[in-house]
Structure formats: structure tokens, C-alpha cells
Write a protein that binds this ligand. Structure first.
Ligand SMILES: Cc1cc2nc3c(=O)[nH]c(=O)nc-3n(C[C@H](O)[C@H](O)[C@H](O)COP(=O)(O)O)c2cc1C
Length: 216
């Protein structure tokens, strides 16, 4: 089976880059919370299509201690500013614009991504908008990032990661790093999110760049 790891280089020179951000029901609500705020603040991004699974909404409420977050108020509850860039779509609406490859979205990030959604994407199931949009992203040879969260992995998870990688997706496990000595959890999360943004072709100014270390 062929393997193309270089799908979907985004043309940041063009006007109006559009990104889909999907939120599924894995632990780690802080990731989409901070990621959406970082993306919305990027002048080069004109539109962010947000879609959340029912489990995603549930975990956002539990982990952000919001309780009252719904699809209708998601942008208001999560975004500090630039809310007008966000368009929230219903995960049951398989006729939404991002369900078609003819609609020009530049990349899709599933953050966090459950093992269930990974399995559906890896096997082309497309039963809801998130799964369908991910399938479309792969078939159109655009960038797809899956920020997986679970531990440990079973062989089914690992095989599904292999399949998605072969199809051109990027497995981006929610594994923050510590070599930049994060001062807080948010600091660790942000440096992880900047790695995704760098791969998208953005240039987050606070991204830590390793300069090498000396062995005494
Ligand atoms: C609080 C909470 C945390 C969860 N964390 C994870 C997780 O880290 N990884 C995972 O794969 N599933 C996790 N789940 C289970 C998924 O939400 C569940 O399998 C769900 O059916 C996934 O559906 P979705 O992929 O459509 O969001 C969690 C569920 C709850 C309620």
C-alpha cells in the first residue's frame, strides 16, 4: 500500500484559509478550548468550522466545569474574542458544507480524538459529520490531524493509527513535552498546540524551539 506523508500543504498566501476543528469525547477539553482561541486569533485564518460529538459536548462540560455548554452557545463559552470566525455545525447534519469535498476547507484537526472516532475514520465508516468530514479530508488529500487521547493502546487502536497514517492522516497523540520546562499545565498544553500550528504552516510567536543542549 502506498504512503503519502506530504498531503495538503496549505497556501497561506491566498485569502481566507478555512480549518475544521472537531471535538470528540476524549479526555482533554483544555486542548480544544485553548486551540480554538489560538486559531481564532490568527489573522490568516478566516473561518473555523467547529463540530462536536455528543460525547465531546459532555466532556467539555465535565472538564471545563461549565455544565451549560451546548452547540448553540459553544462559541460564546469557549472563545474570548474573534467569535465571528467560528461556525458551529451539528454532528448529525451530514449535509453540512464540510461533508462535501467540493467545499474548500484547507485542513481538519480532531482534538481530542477518541479511539471510537479513530476507528470510524480508519475504516471509512462516515456515520456522522465528524467522520464524514475526516473521510473527505483524506480523499481530497488535505491535511488531517488526529489528536488521540487514551492510554494504554490496544492492537486495534494501533492498527487504526497505521491505517490513517497510510491514508495520509497525521497521528498527533496528546503528549505534551517537558524539555521546555513548562511553568504550568496551560504552558505545556500551549507548546503542544503550537506544534500542530507549526505543522499547519502557521508561525506561533511563542513556540519553543529547541537549541540543543551540552553534555558535560
Ligand atoms: C469523562 C469521559 C472521558 C472519556 N475519555 C476518553 C478518552 O480519553 N479516550 C477515548 O477514546 N474515549 C474516552 N471516553 C469515551 C468516549 O467518550 C466514548 O467512547 C464515546 O462513545 C466516543 O464517541 P465520539 O468519538 O463520537 O465522541 C470518555 C468518556 C467520558 C464520559
Amino acid at each position: 500500500m502506498g504512503c503519502s506523508l506530504n498531503f495538503g500543504v496549505i497556501d497561506w498566501e491566498k485569502l481566507g484559509v478555512e480549518i475544521t476543528v472537531a471535538i470528540t469525547g476524549a479526555s482533554g477539553a483544555v486542548y480544544p478550548y485553548r486551540f480554538l482561541n489560538h486559531l481564532a486569533a490568527e489573522p490568516a485564518i478566516s473561518r473555523i468550522h467547529v463540530v462536536a460529538s455528543a460525547s465531546g459536548i459532555r466532556v467539555l462540560n465535565e472538564e471545563l466545569e461549565l455544565r451549560t455548554l451546548t452547540l448553540n452557545n459553544l462559541a460564546e463559552k469557549i472563545l474570548q474574542s474573534d467569535r465571528e470566525k467560528i461556525e458551529v455545525l451539528n454532528n448529525n447534519d451530514i449535509g453540512a458544507k464540510i461533508a462535501s469535498g467540493s467545499f474548500p476547507v484547507d485542513a481538519m484537526v480532531v482534538i481530542p480524538c477518541t479511539m471510537g472516532t479513530l476507528g470510524a475514520i480508519a475504516n471509512g465508516v462516515s456515520r456522522d459529520l465528524i467522520q464524514r468530514a475526516a473521510d473527505v479530508t483524506l480523499k481530497e488529500r488535505r491535511k488531517l490531524f488526529l489528536v488521540l487521547r487514551d492510554t494504554p493502546f490496544n492492537l486495534i487502536h494501533i492498527e487504526n493509527m497505521r491505517l490513517v497514517t497510510l491514508a495520509g492522516g497525521v497521528i498527533f497523540p496528546a503528549m505534551p513535552s517537558f524539555y521546555h520546562r513548562p511553568a504550568s499545565i496551560n504552558d505545556a498544553i500551549d507548546q503542544f498546540l503550537y506544534r500542530i500550528m507549526l505543522q499547519l504552516g502557521l508561525k506561533p510567536s511563542k513556540a519553543y524551539r529547541w537549541q540543543g543542549s551540552k553534555v558535560e
